[in-house]
Ligand binder design. Structure first.
Ligand SMILES: [Zn+2]
Length: 79
């Protein structure tokens, strides 16, 4: 499976299964607010980022921190 196909699959999965979380939360990897979560897993709640594909229990709730992460991530990506 190519990376693009994997992301496409994740996208469909996320749209189908996930709910949008309440309040402002951000991805710890890329600072995106396009996060969704899955509940009912053994690990508790797992967040999924639609922008970078991050999956995990950690999120950022501070918008300023998220903005910094976002800037760095965009820089990294445009290299
Ligand atoms: Zn992300």
């Amino acid at each position: 499976m190519s990376e693009e196909e994997a992301y496409d699959k994740l996208d469909k999965m996320v749209e189908k299964e996930a709910q949008k979380p309440k309040g402002e939360i951000y991805c710890p990897e890329c600072g995106s607010s396009r996060l969704y979560y899955f509940l009912g897993l053994k690990a508790g709640q797992i967040f999924v980022c639609k922008d970078c594909g991050y999956q995990g229990p950690l999120i950022i709730e501070d918008g300023e921190v998220a903005e910094e992460i976002r800037k760095n991530w965009v820089n990294e990506k445009s290299k």
